[in-house]
Design a protein around this ligand. Structure first.
Ligand code: PMP
Length: 403
C-alpha cells in the first residue's frame, strides 16, 4: 500500500514536470523527495498525539524520535539539541528572541532573509543602537573583519549570519566569524536554510550556537523546520509560543508529526547524497552559466563565484526587465531579482546591498537547482531563457527605436 501511495503521491505532488517544464526554483522550495512524501502519508494515516501516553500516542512519539535522530544525523548534533518549529522563519524568530539581550550588540547583515532582518529590527526596537549591520562587498561576501571593531572591549551579544544567501548562493565563513567573537562571549546564530541538505553542515565543526533550517528546502514538506540549540548555550528562555510545554518548553503546541516525520526522511535521504549530489549539481549549474554566457555575452553572474552554493546562479541580463523575461518563458520556473511577498514587487534588498543599480537588480534572474535537476532541464531552460531575452530585447528596441 505504501508503495502505491508513494508513487501516486510523488506524481501528484510533483506534477508532470520533466525536461520540457524545467523546475529551477529550489531556493524557493524543492520538490518533495519520494521517501519524504511516503513518510508524510504514512504518518498522516496513523492517529496519535505525540504527547499522549496511550499506545497510538507513544507510536507517534516514537516516529518523532526517529525523525529527530535523522535530522541530528544530518547536522551532527545530539537529538536533544533540536527544537521542531513551523519552518526557518519561526526558528529565526525564536533564536533571536532567545539570544538577544538589550544593551548588547545584535550583529547581522543587510543581505539576510527578512525572517532575520525583520526579527532583528523587532527585538531591538527599543534600543535600535544595538542593531549593527556588517558591510557587504560587491561580490556578496560579508566583511567579517568588521566584527573585531564591534566587539572590541565588549562582552556579550549575538551575531546572526546566513550560511548561504538565498538569492546569490554566496557562502559565509561561519568558522571565521565564530572564532572572531568567541572570546567576547558572543552567541552565534546562523540561518542555514539554504545550506542544510545541500552541503555538509556539521554544527560542531561550524562552532555555532543556533542553527535555523526549513524542511522544504531539502526535499521535505513545507511548514516544518527546526532550530538547533547547542547544549549549554547561555540563552534566556524566551519561547514565542507558550502553552502545553512541548519541545522542552521552547515551543508549545501539538507536534506536527507528519511534517516532522517527512523532514526526518528528507534529512536521511539528503545526508546519503551529500557531496556526490553537490558535485553533480555544481556541474549542471556551471553548464547553465556556460550556455547563457556564450549565447548572451553581456550577461553577468552575481556573487563571488568560488564561494557559492552549488545549485544557484543569479544572472543579470542587462537592460531587460526580469519579469518580462520570466513571462516570455512561462515553461521555466525561476525567480526574478525582486521579492514579491505581498503581490507588490520590490527591488531585491540583497542585490542593492551588494551595490547593484536598481536596473541591474530588476534585470536579474535566479536559477536554483537541486537534487532532482536533470541535464535535459538545464538544456531546455538555457534555450528558453536565451530565446526569451532576445524576444524581450527586440520588443523593447521596436518600442523605443526610431519610427
Ligand atoms: N531563511 C532563508 C535564507 C530562506 O531562504 C527562507 C525561505 N525563503 C527562510 C529563511 C524562511 O523559510 P520558511 O518560509 O520555510 O519559514
Amino acid at each position: 500500500m505504501v508503495r502505491d501511495t508513494r508513487e501516486a503521491g510523488w506524481q501528484m505532488m510533483n506534477g508532470p514536470h520533466g525536461s520540457d517544464t524545467p523546475y529551477l526554483d529550489y531556493n524557493a522550495t524543492a520538490p518533495i523527495r519520494p521517501e519524504a512524501a511516503a513518510a508524510v502519508i504514512e504518518a498522516m494515516l496513523s492517529v496519535g498525539n505525540a504527547s499522549s501516553t496511550h499506545r497510538p500516542g507513544r507510536q507517534a512519539a516514537h516516529r518523532v524520535d526517529i525523525a529527530r535522530r535523522q535530522l541530528a544525523g544530518l547536522l551532527n548534533c545530539s537529538p536533544g539539541e533540536i527544537i521542531f518549529t513551523s519552518g526557518a522563519t519561526e526558528a529565526n524568530n525564536l533564536a533571536l528572541h532567545a539570544a538577544y539581550t538589550a544593551g548588547n550588540p545584535l550583529v547581522t547583515t543587510p543581505v539576510e532573509h527578512p525572517a532575520v532582518l525583520e526579527t532583528a529590527r523587532t527585538v531591538t526596537a527599543e534600543q535600535p543602537e544595538d542593531l549593527v549591520l556588517l558591510p557587504v562587498g560587491t561580490d556578496g561576501l560579508v566583511d567579517l573583519g568588521a566584527l573585531d571593531q564591534v566587539f572590541a572591549g565588549r562582552h556579550g551579544g549575538v551575531v546572526s549570519l546566513m550560511a548561504a544567501n538565498n538569492e546569490t548562493g554566496v557562502l559565509t565563513d561561519l568558522h571565521v566569524a565564530a572564532k572572531a567573537v568567541r572570546e567576547a562571549g558572543v552567541l552565534v546564530h546562523t540561518d542555514a536554510t539554504q545550506i542544510i541538505g545541500r552541503l555538509p553542515a556539521d554544527v560542531a565543526e561550524l562552532d555555532v550556537d543556533l542553527v535555523s533550517l526549513s524542511a522544504h528546502k531539502f526535499g521535505g514538506p513545507q511548514g516544518v523546520g527546526a532550530l538547533y540549540v547547542r547544549r549549554g548555550a547561555p540563552l534566556s528562555h524566551r519561547p514565542l509560543l507558550v502553552g502545553g510545554g512541548q519541545e522542552r518548553g521552547w515551543r508549545a503546541g501539538t507536534l506536527n508529526v507528519a511534517g516532522i516525520v517527512g523532514m526526518g526522511a528528507a534529512a536521511e535521504s539528503a545526508r546519503r547524497g551529500l557531496g556526490e549530489e553537490a558535485e553533480r549539481i555544481a556541474s549542471l549549474r556551471d553548464r547553465l552559466e556556460y550556455l547563457l554566457t556564450s549565447a548572451l555575452p553581456d550577461c553577468r553572474i552575481n556573487g563571488r563565484h568560488d564561494q557559492r552554493l552549488p545549485g544557484v546562479t543569479s544572472v543579470i541580463f542587462p537592460s531587460v526587465p526580469a519579469d518580462a523575461v520570466l513571462a516570455a518563458m512561462p515553461e521555466v520556473a525561476a525567480s526574478g531579482g525582486s521579492a514579491c511577498a505581498s503581490g507588490a514587487p520590490m527591488p531585491s534588498h540583497v542585490l542593492l546591498a551588494m551595490g547593484l543599480s536598481q536596473e541591474d537588480a530588476d534585470s536579474t534572474i535566479r536559477f536554483s537547482l537541486g537534487y532532482a535537476t536533470t541535464d535535459a532541464e538545464i538544456g531546455h531552460a538555457a534555450q528558453a531563457a536565451v530565446r526569451a531575452v532576445k524576444q524581450v530585447r527586440s520588443a523593447l528596441a521596436e518600442a523605443h527605436g526610431p519610427r
